[in-house]
Ligand binder design. Structure first.
Ligand code: SAM
Length: 318
């Protein structure tokens, strides 16, 4: 006869219950872990999407707080700060009397570019005097030249020389022996000949530099005006490397934000202490008021004040 198994003892029943509870506990822990992993994964995915570039609305520049300089370029803010770094180091300034010769030596092999001017192939194509400027004789020029009495003026953006020649006339009237250095690539801008139909083009060369030179000859100002026919950025860097500086600098080349921003920053490096930097078209609407944005941002970052004189902005150096 088959024997009935003995009923489980109380001790045995306890052990069965504990083991069942342990199994149940493990399952719960497993599910909790699963839920936690999912939740954490979700969180990190959500935060990584916030690193995606987002569209920034156009805020008027006056309301944008000034970015702060950082010494390291490796931080995540580096791309923004890099725009503000113009790291070229200027050597000690040469004395004013040596400025003209310094430029003649380095740019023109020590010879005056006006020797044997005009060359035969363009002499019949130039007008005796062909001037056109924009606000080039505004009161600001006389106001600043009287106040600063500069020995050297650097003009960034010259075109046909209207403002340079006006400054030459003013310094002469005031009995100053000022050297005016004009920086311009003398290319104008694409399509500018549409509005200057009387000016000639030779094999794609718009003859702007030659016409500017002719205007200077006509005004009998070749001794007080010299020029650097290069891009403003490269010329300003070179002037800084050569120790050429000025007490008065006019910035009037490219009117988009980035051109103005670069020119102002590079020009300020070669402004003598106590000097004045100024420029035209503070109110122009070009490039969403590019000149004004660049001037304001420069002043804010460097703790300087922008003053206005007609259409011109003026900043006194520290
Ligand atoms: C508005 S005009 C200068 C006018 C002049 N200041 C006047 O009042 O008679 C601008 C000049 O800047 C020059 N320019 C613009 N961008 C330049 C650049 N990146 N490098 C060199 N010259 C530049 C053009 O060739 C042009 O002659």
């Amino acid at each position: 006869m088959k024997q009935e198994p003995p009923p489980p003892s109380q001790h045995h029943r306890k052990r069965l219950m504990v083991s069942a509870l342990q199994k149940f506990g493990k399952t719960i822990a497993y599910f909790v872990l699963l839920l936690l992993t999912y939740y954490l994964g979700y969180l990190s995915a959500a935060s990584s999407t916030s690193n995606k570039p987002t569209l920034i609305s156009r805020i008027p520049v006056e309301t944008i707080p000034a970015p702060t300089f950082r010494s390291s370029t490796t931080s995540s803010a580096a791309p923004v700060v890099d725009h503000n770094i113009f790291s070229i180091q200027c050597i000690d300034p040469v004395i004013s009397e040596k400025v003209r010769q310094a430029v003649l030596d380095r740019v023109f092999h020590g010879k005056s570019p006006w020797q044997n001017f005009p060359p035969a192939h363009v002499s019949t194509l130039l007008r005796q005097n062909r001037i056109k400027g924009w606000g080039s004789t505004g009161a600001v020029f006389e106001n600043l030249i009287r106040r600063v009495r500069p020995e050297t003026i650097i003009e960034v953006g010259t075109f046909l020389g209207a403002s340079a020649l006006h400054m030459a006339k003013l310094t002469r009237q005031l009995g100053l022996k000022t050297q005016i250095l004009c920086v311009d690539d003398f290319r104008g801008w694409p399509g500018f000949l549409e509005k200057f139909r009387d000016m000639k083009m030779v094999n794609g060369d718009v003859l702007l530099m030659y016409q500017f030179m002719q205007n200077v000859v006509y005004a009998n100002a070749t001794e007080s005006i010299l020029f650097m026919p290069f891009s403003t950025a490269s010329a300003l860097d070179k002037l800084c490397e050569w120790g050429v500086s000025a007490e008065l600098i006019e910035v009037d080349a490219g009117h988009d934000f980035h051109s103005a921003w670069t020119d102002i920053n590079k020009a300020y490096k070669i402004l003598r202490p106590g000097g004045v930097i100024f420029g035209h078209d503070y109110f122009t609407s070009a490039d969403n008021k590019g000149v004004r944005r660049a001037v304001n941002m420069f002043a804010r970052l460097n703790n300087l004040r922008v003053q206005l004189d007609g259409q011109h902005w003026v900043i006194n150096s520290k």
